[in-house]
Structure formats: structure tokens, C-alpha cells
Ligand binder design. Structure first.
Ligand SMILES: C[S@@+](CC[C@H](N)C(=O)[O-])C[C@H]1O[C@@H](n2cnc3c(N)ncnc32)[C@H](O)[C@@H]1O
Length: 411
């Protein structure tokens, strides 16, 4: 069977266009790294100049998307790159944004097969021998398919694998546990982590090929996300659910010092969930006791030891309200984490899919004057660098604002 091709739009400006077309190389920053790394040789590509509003096409990816194919291109500003070749002569479609709109394309979002197909009608690709050749390769111009080109094209261009949003704020909210076509962990596992969280962590704090550790990996969400994003991964759990997760108590991690590039932990939040029958499961200890935090402290100490200096750990945790008693589990865990790590940021993740998120519980919460848990914390912490940070000289620019004295006096 012929492998399906995908279609992608790359974006350039007046400044970056000459290098794109001159080098036959498209590039982006880390922000779109995941999209570029998903480009496979043979995919259909377009180039949109957002300044001149021109869409160039049609191109074919000559290489897979990779980092630093030409490190010096765009002075290293756009290191996620793909080599391209034109299919026939490069054509320029003016009023590109209108053409895109007509095709139902939002250029910053993934391009579906039907969008790509509509977009192709903006180009006179019938004349292009090269495209004919490509299409023939895809089995598109076989006589029985010529009359039905629309559908055969849609079949040949696979729907793009959905990727999570690259988060920009400290509030993350996911209606589902997983994205894309393949499972990420097991969404039936008690306390399974939304895969979107792990995806965002590794996009921000790792590069392809980096080594990620999850010492309490449960159903393997971290393993699946990392493998798909081409990160190396080591997963442990006290009670492994599948062969690629090793049995280990995370209070002692069998790895050398300064070994991993990122750690993700979604630990038990107390004894609210029954994960397994293993007596060493920290999820059997109540978060109302100090023991719970002392045991998690041992995990933190080990995480600190195996993490490389300057690298990041993400720790997901939620508070508890049980039998009329509130326990600020998040604050207590944060206090312990702060002994080992410095804070990068704190994310608020909306809690969904909770057993208590039913009409009955909402009613109870209002009648008996308590709140259901609506969010979790994701603590993003960094192991301090061994080298003292260089203090860059800051040139302070003062802005002076005219003060409206009459207003000030009258208020
Ligand atoms: C919230 S779940 C993790 C969910 C996981 N991220 C996923 O997406 O499936 C917490 C996990 O910690 C594990 N765990 C509890 N105590 C542990 C220990 N001492 N060492 C290693 N894992 C432990 C439990 O078995 C459980 O799978």
C-alpha cells in the first residue's frame, strides 16, 4: 500500500522568504517544532508570506522534518527545518489569505486532506509533470480514478495527526485525556494523566533525543507521548501495568547522578484512589498525615539526584477535601519540592472527568457549603545550575508618561 502523505503550510516574511526559496529549505522556531518534526519526506508543502500575502506552491518535502539541517540558515533563528523541492514551477498565488479562507484553511492550524485538496485548486497543477508523477506515485491518476479525483486526493493526503495546543498561559484545560489517533496511556487507569500536559512539558523543556524519566508512570502516558515525540524515556512504577514500565519503588531510583534531561511525576494525592495492592504504594498513605509528605520527599530527593543540573521537573498534584476536612496537599508538596528545586512557574490544570463531577455532587456542594476540587497544580521546578548564573547588565529604559494634573487633582 502507498503510504499516505500529509500537507502543511509553512510561514515566512519578506525578510525570511529569500532564504526559504533560495535554499529550498523551510524552517520554524521551537514553537512549531512538533509540527515540523511530523513532516515526512514526500509530504505536500506550501509557503505563505504573511507580509506580501502570497502563497507559494506546490512543494514536496525532500527530507523528513529535522533540527538544524542547515544550522546557519536564518542565523540559527529557525532551527526546525525541512528540505523541499518544487513540483513543477513554483507558482505564486496573490491574495493568499482570501484563497486560504475560501479553502477553509487557517494557516496556523493543521491542514486536513480536504483543505489541502481545495487549496490545490488555486494552483494550475494539472500542467505540472512533476505533480502528475507524484500523484501517479500515490495512485491518483489511474484511469479509474481520474473522474473521481476529488475523493482520491483526499484519500491520498492523510488527515494530519492532531497535536495539542502549545500552551501560552498558566491555565490549562483539556476536555479529553488524549489527543491524536493512538492511545496515550490508558484512559481507564485510575488517576491517568491528561497526555496534553506531558506533551507541553516535553515541548518546552526537552529536545528530540533527550532522556525523560517518569518514576510513577501508572498506565504509561509519559512513555507513549515521549516515544511519539522522539524522546528517550525511562518509566518505573511500583506496580507496572505493561512491559515497557519497570518495577521500582521511586524512593530509590536505579540511575546514576545527573543522568536525565526532564522528569515528570503525577504522584498519588493521598489515599483517595486504589491504584494496586502493593504495600509500598504511596497511594495507601493518607495526605492528612506527615508520613505521606515524608515518603514523597524521598522521591523528590532521588529525582533531584538523577536530574541534570539546570533541567526541569514537572510535578502534578491536587488538594483534598474529604469528610469536611480540607488538606492543602499542593502547598505541602510545593514546600517540600522547594527544598530541592527552584520554581520556574506554577500551572493550574482544570480537573475534569472526576467521579464527583455530577449533578448530585454539585447539588451537595451548594447545599452543604463546600467546594468540589476544580483544579490541580502543575509545579514546574528546576534543579539549580552548578555554575553561577551570569548576571547580564540590564540597560534600563525609563518611559515617561505625561501626567494629567487636572484629573489627578480632581480625583
Ligand atoms: C496518579 S498515578 C500516575 C498516572 C500516570 N501518570 C498515568 O498517566 O497513567 C500514580 C502512580 O504512582 C504509583 N506509585 C505509588 N507509589 C509508588 C512508589 N513508591 N514507587 C513507584 N510508583 C508508585 C502508583 O502505582 C500509580 O500508578
Amino acid at each position: 500500500m502507498t503510504e499516505k502523505a500529509n500537507a502543511h503550510i509553512f510561514v515566512c516574511t519578506n525578510k525570511t522568504e529569500p532564504e526559504c526559496l533560495g535554499r529550498m529549505l523551510f524552517g520554524t522556531s521551537k514553537l512549531y517544532a512538533a509540527d515540523v518534526l511530523s513532516v515526512k519526506s514526500g509530504d505536500l508543502l506550501f509557503l505563505l508570506n504573511v507580509n506580501s500575502d502570497v502563497l507559494y506552491g506546490i512543494f514536496r518535502a525532500k527530507s523528513d522534518g529535522r533540527q538544524n539541517i542547515v544550522p546557519e540558515a536564518w542565523k540559527g533563528k529557525y532551527p526546525y527545518q525541512v528540505e523541499v523541492e518544487p513540483i513543477g514551477n513554483v507558482q505564486a498565488v496573490k491574495d493568499a489569505k482570501k484563497a486560504l479562507q475560501k479553502s477553509g484553511v487557517e494557516w496556523h492550524k493543521p491542514l486536513s486532506a480536504s483543505m489541502a485538496e481545495r487549496l490545490l485548486t488555486s494552483f494550475s497543477y494539472e500542467d505540472s509533470e512533476y505533480l502528475k508523477e507524484t500523484k501517479e506515485k500515490w495512485g491518483l491518476l489511474t484511469p479509474q480514478k481520474v473522474n473521481n479525483r476529488q475523493t482520491s486526493f483526499a484519500k491520498a493526503i492523510g488527515e494530519l495527526e492532531e497535536k495539542p495546543p502549545f500552551e501560552a498561559t498558566t491555565l490549562w484545560d483539556y476536555p479529553r485525556q488524549r489527543y491524536g489517533k493512538t492511545p496515550k496511556g490508558n484512559n481507564k487507569y485510575p488517576g491517568v494523566t491528561p497526555a496534553f500536559i506531558i506533551w507541553n512539558m516535553i515541548q518546552r523543556y526537552t529536545e528530540p533525543g533527550d532522556l525523560v524519566l517518569d518514576p510513577m508512570c501508572g498506565s504509561g502516558t509519559t512513555a507513549d507521548v515521549c516515544k511519539e515525540e522522539r524522546r528517550e524515556v525511562i518509566c518505573y512504577d511500583i506496580s507496572p501495568t505493561r512491559p515497557d514500565i519497570m518495577q521500582n519503588d521511586s524512593r530509590k531510583i536505579p540511575l546514576p547522578d545527573n543522568h536525565v534531561d526532564m522528569i515528570f511525576v503525577d504522584s498519588p494525592y493521598g489515599d483517595n484512589i486504589r491504584y494496586n495492592e502493593n504495600l509500598d504504594c504511596i497511594g495507601k498513605i493518607s495526605s492528612e498525615t506527615e508520613t505521606f509528605y515524608e515518603e514523597l520527599d524521598k522521591v523528590m530527593s532521588e529525582c533531584h539526584r538523577v536530574l541534570k543540573s539546570g533541567k526541569v521537573i514537572g510535578w502534578l498534584i491536587g488538594d483534598q477535601w474529604v469528610k469536611k476536612k480540607f488538606t492543602p496537599v499542593g502547598f505541602k508538596v510545593y514546600q517540600r519540592l522547594s527544598k530541592y528545586f527552584e520554581t520556574v512557574d506554577i500551572i493550574c490544570v482544570v480537573r475534569r472527568g472526576q467521579a464527583s463531577h455530577t449533578g448530585l455532587w454539585y447539588n451537595r456542594a451548594r447545599r452543604f457549603n463546600f467546594f468540589l476540587r476544580g483544579f490541580k497544580y502543575l509545579f514546574i521546578m528546576r534543579k539549580p545550575s552548578e555554575e553561577p548564573e551570569k548576571q547580564e547588565k540590564r540597560a534600563v529604559k525609563w518611559a515617561f508618561y505625561e501626567r494629567n494634573r487636572s484629573k489627578v487633582n480632581s480625583s
